[in-house]
Design a protein around this ligand. Sequence first.
Ligand SMILES: [Zn+2]
Length: 320
Amino acid sequence: MTFARILGHERQKDLLRRALKSDRLANAYLFTGPDGIGKRLVALALARAVFCPAQGCGDCPACRKIDHGNHPDLHILEADGANIKIEQIRLLQKELAYRALEASRKICLIEAADKLNRSSGNALLKTLEEPPGNAIFILLTAHPQRVLQTIRSRCQPLPFNRLAAVQLEDELRVQLDLNDEESHILAALSEGSFKKALGRDRDLYLNERRELIQSLVMLSSGSILPIFALAERLAADKDRLPEVLEIYQAFYRDALLRRHDGAAQFINIDLRANIETVAGKHSTLELLNKLVAIKETRHRLERNVNRQLAMETLLLQLVA
Ligand SMILES: [Zn+2]
Protein backbone atom coordinates (compact mmCIF):
# COMPACT_ATOMS: atom_id res chain seq x y z
CA MET A 1 0.00 0.00 0.00
CA THR A 2 1.52 3.30 -1.06
CA PHE A 3 0.77 6.64 0.60
CA ALA A 4 -1.30 7.67 -2.38
CA ARG A 5 -3.58 4.66 -2.15
CA ILE A 6 -4.38 5.04 1.53
CA LEU A 7 -7.70 6.76 2.05
CA GLY A 8 -7.64 9.94 4.12
CA HIS A 9 -4.98 10.94 6.69
CA GLU A 10 -3.69 13.55 4.23
CA ARG A 11 -2.04 15.72 6.87
CA GLN A 12 -0.18 12.79 8.43
CA LYS A 13 0.98 11.38 5.10
CA ASP A 14 2.10 14.81 3.98
CA LEU A 15 4.10 15.40 7.14
CA LEU A 16 5.90 12.07 6.77
CA ARG A 17 6.56 12.55 3.07
CA ARG A 18 8.06 15.97 3.66
CA ALA A 19 10.21 14.73 6.53
CA LEU A 20 11.49 11.89 4.37
CA LYS A 21 12.24 14.18 1.46
CA SER A 22 14.26 16.57 3.59
CA ASP A 23 15.89 13.67 5.43
CA ARG A 24 14.40 14.77 8.72
CA LEU A 25 12.44 11.75 9.84
CA ALA A 26 12.29 11.42 13.62
CA ASN A 27 14.00 8.48 15.37
CA ALA A 28 10.72 7.46 16.88
CA TYR A 29 7.08 8.15 16.14
CA LEU A 30 4.02 7.39 18.20
CA PHE A 31 1.00 6.97 15.91
CA THR A 32 -2.15 7.37 18.01
CA GLY A 33 -5.84 6.94 17.16
CA PRO A 34 -8.65 4.37 17.23
CA ASP A 35 -8.07 0.84 16.00
CA GLY A 36 -8.75 -0.03 12.41
CA ILE A 37 -8.46 3.42 10.87
CA GLY A 38 -5.19 2.89 9.01
CA LYS A 39 -2.27 3.69 11.34
CA ARG A 40 -0.54 0.44 10.47
CA LEU A 41 -1.08 1.00 6.75
CA VAL A 42 0.55 4.41 6.98
CA ALA A 43 3.46 2.93 8.97
CA LEU A 44 4.00 0.27 6.30
CA ALA A 45 3.72 2.88 3.56
CA LEU A 46 6.45 4.83 5.32
CA ALA A 47 8.62 1.70 5.44
CA ARG A 48 8.09 1.29 1.73
CA ALA A 49 8.95 4.91 1.05
CA VAL A 50 12.19 4.52 3.05
CA PHE A 51 13.26 1.14 1.63
CA CYS A 52 12.19 1.44 -2.01
CA PRO A 53 14.55 3.12 -4.47
CA ALA A 54 11.53 4.88 -5.97
CA GLN A 55 9.99 5.86 -2.59
CA GLY A 56 7.37 3.16 -2.63
CA CYS A 57 6.66 2.07 -6.20
CA GLY A 58 4.80 -1.05 -5.04
CA ASP A 59 6.51 -3.24 -7.58
CA CYS A 60 10.18 -3.65 -6.70
CA PRO A 61 11.61 -6.44 -4.50
CA ALA A 62 11.76 -4.12 -1.47
CA CYS A 63 8.10 -3.10 -1.76
CA ARG A 64 6.99 -6.66 -2.34
CA LYS A 65 8.91 -7.95 0.66
CA ILE A 66 7.25 -5.38 2.87
CA ASP A 67 3.83 -6.42 1.56
CA HIS A 68 4.61 -10.07 2.22
CA GLY A 69 5.97 -9.37 5.67
CA ASN A 70 9.42 -10.75 4.95
CA HIS A 71 11.68 -7.75 4.50
CA PRO A 72 14.77 -8.50 6.64
CA ASP A 73 15.14 -4.88 7.77
CA LEU A 74 11.56 -4.39 8.89
CA HIS A 75 11.00 -5.66 12.42
CA ILE A 76 7.44 -5.92 13.63
CA LEU A 77 6.86 -6.43 17.32
CA GLU A 78 3.55 -7.50 18.78
CA ALA A 79 2.57 -8.34 22.35
CA ASP A 80 3.18 -11.93 23.28
CA GLY A 81 0.10 -12.43 25.44
CA ALA A 82 -1.09 -9.52 27.55
CA ASN A 83 2.20 -7.62 27.39
CA ILE A 84 5.23 -6.96 25.27
CA LYS A 85 7.82 -8.88 27.25
CA ILE A 86 11.31 -7.78 28.13
CA GLU A 87 12.71 -10.82 26.30
CA GLN A 88 11.09 -9.56 23.10
CA ILE A 89 12.82 -6.19 23.51
CA ARG A 90 16.18 -7.90 24.18
CA LEU A 91 15.75 -9.96 21.03
CA LEU A 92 14.89 -6.87 19.00
CA GLN A 93 17.96 -5.09 20.37
CA LYS A 94 20.13 -8.03 19.35
CA GLU A 95 18.77 -7.83 15.81
CA LEU A 96 19.26 -4.08 15.68
CA ALA A 97 22.92 -4.52 16.54
CA TYR A 98 23.45 -5.96 13.06
CA ARG A 99 23.66 -3.70 10.06
CA ALA A 100 20.67 -3.38 7.78
CA LEU A 101 20.85 -6.11 5.18
CA GLU A 102 19.09 -4.67 2.18
CA ALA A 103 17.98 -1.18 3.09
CA SER A 104 19.98 1.81 4.28
CA ARG A 105 18.49 1.58 7.75
CA LYS A 106 16.16 -0.63 9.76
CA ILE A 107 12.58 0.11 10.75
CA CYS A 108 10.86 -1.25 13.85
CA LEU A 109 7.11 -1.26 14.05
CA ILE A 110 5.73 -1.80 17.55
CA GLU A 111 2.03 -2.65 17.65
CA ALA A 112 -0.06 -1.71 20.69
CA ALA A 113 2.74 0.20 22.41
CA ASP A 114 0.46 0.52 25.45
CA LYS A 115 1.34 -3.11 26.12
CA LEU A 116 4.92 -2.24 26.96
CA ASN A 117 5.07 -2.75 30.71
CA ARG A 118 7.47 -1.09 33.09
CA SER A 119 10.33 -3.52 32.54
CA SER A 120 10.04 -3.92 28.77
CA GLY A 121 9.38 -0.19 28.41
CA ASN A 122 12.45 0.74 30.44
CA ALA A 123 14.57 -1.70 28.47
CA LEU A 124 13.53 0.07 25.28
CA LEU A 125 14.23 3.66 26.39
CA LYS A 126 17.90 3.88 25.50
CA THR A 127 17.31 2.26 22.10
CA LEU A 128 14.55 4.76 21.36
CA GLU A 129 16.85 7.65 22.18
CA GLU A 130 19.79 6.45 20.16
CA PRO A 131 18.62 3.82 17.73
CA PRO A 132 21.58 1.79 16.48
CA GLY A 133 22.29 2.13 12.78
CA ASN A 134 19.91 5.08 12.49
CA ALA A 135 16.89 2.79 12.83
CA ILE A 136 13.42 4.32 12.82
CA PHE A 137 10.85 3.31 15.41
CA ILE A 138 7.13 3.55 14.75
CA LEU A 139 4.98 2.81 17.77
CA LEU A 140 1.23 2.40 17.34
CA THR A 141 -1.47 2.71 19.97
CA ALA A 142 -5.19 3.23 20.33
CA HIS A 143 -4.67 4.16 24.01
CA PRO A 144 -1.94 6.81 24.20
CA GLN A 145 -2.78 7.62 27.82
CA ARG A 146 -1.77 4.07 28.76
CA VAL A 147 1.65 4.32 27.09
CA LEU A 148 4.43 4.85 29.64
CA GLN A 149 5.23 8.53 29.99
CA THR A 150 8.94 7.82 29.52
CA ILE A 151 8.21 6.19 26.17
CA ARG A 152 5.82 8.90 25.06
CA SER A 153 8.30 11.67 25.80
CA ARG A 154 10.86 10.06 23.48
CA CYS A 155 8.56 9.78 20.49
CA GLN A 156 7.20 12.34 18.11
CA PRO A 157 3.42 12.05 18.45
CA LEU A 158 1.34 11.76 15.30
CA PRO A 159 -2.40 11.61 16.01
CA PHE A 160 -4.72 9.96 13.49
CA ASN A 161 -8.47 10.59 13.32
CA ARG A 162 -11.37 8.50 12.22
CA LEU A 163 -12.29 8.91 8.60
CA ALA A 164 -15.29 11.11 8.01
CA ALA A 165 -18.37 8.95 7.38
CA VAL A 166 -18.96 10.46 3.94
CA GLN A 167 -15.35 9.76 2.94
CA LEU A 168 -15.74 6.16 4.01
CA GLU A 169 -19.13 5.94 2.34
CA ASP A 170 -17.73 6.97 -1.05
CA GLU A 171 -14.86 4.53 -0.79
CA LEU A 172 -17.10 1.64 0.30
CA ARG A 173 -19.43 2.24 -2.60
CA VAL A 174 -16.54 1.85 -5.01
CA GLN A 175 -14.56 -0.88 -3.27
CA LEU A 176 -17.45 -3.15 -2.32
CA ASP A 177 -19.76 -2.23 -5.12
CA LEU A 178 -22.54 -1.29 -2.70
CA ASN A 179 -25.61 0.77 -3.40
CA ASP A 180 -26.12 4.15 -1.69
CA GLU A 181 -28.28 2.71 1.07
CA GLU A 182 -25.82 -0.05 1.97
CA SER A 183 -22.73 2.14 1.91
CA HIS A 184 -24.51 4.70 4.09
CA ILE A 185 -25.42 2.10 6.72
CA LEU A 186 -22.04 0.42 6.70
CA ALA A 187 -20.11 3.68 6.95
CA ALA A 188 -22.30 4.98 9.77
CA LEU A 189 -22.06 1.80 11.81
CA SER A 190 -18.36 1.24 11.39
CA GLU A 191 -17.64 4.72 12.79
CA GLY A 192 -14.90 5.56 10.37
CA SER A 193 -13.11 2.24 10.67
CA PHE A 194 -12.23 0.51 7.46
CA LYS A 195 -11.30 -2.69 9.20
CA LYS A 196 -14.79 -3.00 10.60
CA ALA A 197 -16.53 -2.09 7.39
CA LEU A 198 -14.57 -4.54 5.29
CA GLY A 199 -14.10 -7.31 7.80
CA ARG A 200 -16.39 -9.76 9.49
CA ASP A 201 -18.68 -6.94 10.61
CA ARG A 202 -19.78 -6.25 7.08
CA ASP A 203 -22.38 -8.96 6.96
CA LEU A 204 -23.50 -8.31 10.51
CA TYR A 205 -24.06 -4.64 9.77
CA LEU A 206 -25.69 -5.06 6.39
CA ASN A 207 -27.82 -8.18 6.69
CA GLU A 208 -28.11 -9.57 10.19
CA ARG A 209 -28.80 -6.07 11.50
CA ARG A 210 -32.27 -6.11 9.94
CA GLU A 211 -33.14 -9.39 11.59
CA LEU A 212 -31.66 -8.31 14.93
CA ILE A 213 -33.72 -5.14 15.03
CA GLN A 214 -36.89 -6.77 13.77
CA SER A 215 -36.76 -9.54 16.37
CA LEU A 216 -36.27 -6.90 19.04
CA VAL A 217 -39.17 -4.79 17.84
CA MET A 218 -41.45 -7.83 17.75
CA LEU A 219 -40.91 -8.63 21.41
CA SER A 220 -43.58 -7.54 23.84
CA SER A 221 -43.11 -6.89 27.50
CA GLY A 222 -45.98 -9.24 28.28
CA SER A 223 -44.28 -12.44 27.16
CA ILE A 224 -41.07 -13.18 28.95
CA LEU A 225 -40.04 -16.41 27.22
CA PRO A 226 -39.24 -14.94 23.78
CA ILE A 227 -37.23 -12.22 25.54
CA PHE A 228 -35.15 -14.78 27.37
CA ALA A 229 -34.72 -16.82 24.19
CA LEU A 230 -33.35 -13.82 22.30
CA ALA A 231 -31.07 -12.96 25.24
CA GLU A 232 -29.71 -16.49 25.18
CA ARG A 233 -29.08 -16.41 21.45
CA LEU A 234 -27.28 -13.06 21.62
CA ALA A 235 -25.23 -13.97 24.69
CA ALA A 236 -23.97 -17.13 23.00
CA ASP A 237 -21.91 -15.12 20.51
CA LYS A 238 -19.60 -13.33 22.91
CA ASP A 239 -17.28 -11.77 20.34
CA ARG A 240 -20.04 -10.04 18.47
CA LEU A 241 -22.04 -8.74 21.42
CA PRO A 242 -20.39 -5.29 21.38
CA GLU A 243 -21.37 -4.86 17.72
CA VAL A 244 -24.90 -6.12 18.37
CA LEU A 245 -25.27 -3.50 21.10
CA GLU A 246 -23.91 -0.91 18.69
CA ILE A 247 -26.68 -1.87 16.27
CA TYR A 248 -29.36 -1.51 18.95
CA GLN A 249 -27.89 1.79 19.99
CA ALA A 250 -28.03 3.11 16.44
CA PHE A 251 -31.63 1.97 16.15
CA TYR A 252 -32.82 3.79 19.29
CA ARG A 253 -30.82 6.81 18.25
CA ASP A 254 -32.78 6.75 14.99
CA ALA A 255 -36.05 6.55 16.93
CA LEU A 256 -34.99 9.51 19.01
CA LEU A 257 -34.12 11.47 15.87
CA ARG A 258 -37.55 10.60 14.47
CA ARG A 259 -39.21 12.28 17.42
CA HIS A 260 -37.20 15.42 16.68
CA ASP A 261 -37.56 15.64 12.91
CA GLY A 262 -34.09 14.28 12.35
CA ALA A 263 -35.08 11.63 9.80
CA ALA A 264 -32.45 12.94 7.40
CA GLN A 265 -29.78 11.64 9.78
CA PHE A 266 -31.10 8.10 10.15
CA ILE A 267 -28.56 5.29 10.06
CA ASN A 268 -31.07 2.49 9.46
CA ILE A 269 -32.59 4.08 6.39
CA ASP A 270 -33.93 0.71 5.27
CA LEU A 271 -35.94 0.20 8.47
CA ARG A 272 -38.04 3.34 8.53
CA ALA A 273 -41.24 1.49 9.41
CA ASN A 274 -39.65 -0.08 12.49
CA ILE A 275 -38.23 3.27 13.54
CA GLU A 276 -41.70 4.84 13.20
CA THR A 277 -43.26 2.14 15.37
CA VAL A 278 -40.77 2.51 18.19
CA ALA A 279 -40.68 6.32 18.01
CA GLY A 280 -44.47 6.37 18.21
CA LYS A 281 -44.60 4.06 21.22
CA HIS A 282 -42.06 5.77 23.47
CA SER A 283 -41.47 9.25 24.81
CA THR A 284 -38.15 11.06 24.35
CA LEU A 285 -37.26 10.35 27.95
CA GLU A 286 -38.00 6.65 27.58
CA LEU A 287 -35.83 6.43 24.47
CA LEU A 288 -33.01 8.23 26.25
CA ASN A 289 -33.29 5.75 29.13
CA LYS A 290 -33.02 2.87 26.70
CA LEU A 291 -29.87 4.36 25.21
CA VAL A 292 -28.43 4.72 28.70
CA ALA A 293 -29.31 1.09 29.44
CA ILE A 294 -27.47 -0.06 26.30
CA LYS A 295 -24.42 1.98 27.21
CA GLU A 296 -24.38 0.58 30.74
CA THR A 297 -24.68 -2.96 29.40
CA ARG A 298 -21.70 -2.36 27.10
CA HIS A 299 -19.62 -1.30 30.11
CA ARG A 300 -20.88 -4.19 32.19
CA LEU A 301 -19.97 -6.73 29.51
CA GLU A 302 -16.44 -5.38 29.34
CA ARG A 303 -16.10 -6.43 32.97
CA ASN A 304 -16.99 -10.04 32.19
CA VAL A 305 -20.30 -10.24 33.96
CA ASN A 306 -22.79 -13.05 33.29
CA ARG A 307 -23.65 -12.28 29.68
CA GLN A 308 -27.02 -13.91 29.55
CA LEU A 309 -28.22 -12.19 32.69
CA ALA A 310 -26.96 -8.84 31.41
CA MET A 311 -28.77 -9.33 28.10
CA GLU A 312 -32.01 -10.44 29.77
CA THR A 313 -31.94 -7.32 31.95
CA LEU A 314 -31.25 -5.12 28.94
CA LEU A 315 -33.94 -6.62 26.70
CA LEU A 316 -36.51 -6.26 29.49
CA GLN A 317 -35.60 -2.57 29.71
CA LEU A 318 -35.74 -2.13 25.94
CA VAL A 319 -39.18 -3.68 25.44
CA ALA A 320 -40.72 -2.09 28.55
ZN1 LIG B 1 9.41 -0.14 -4.66
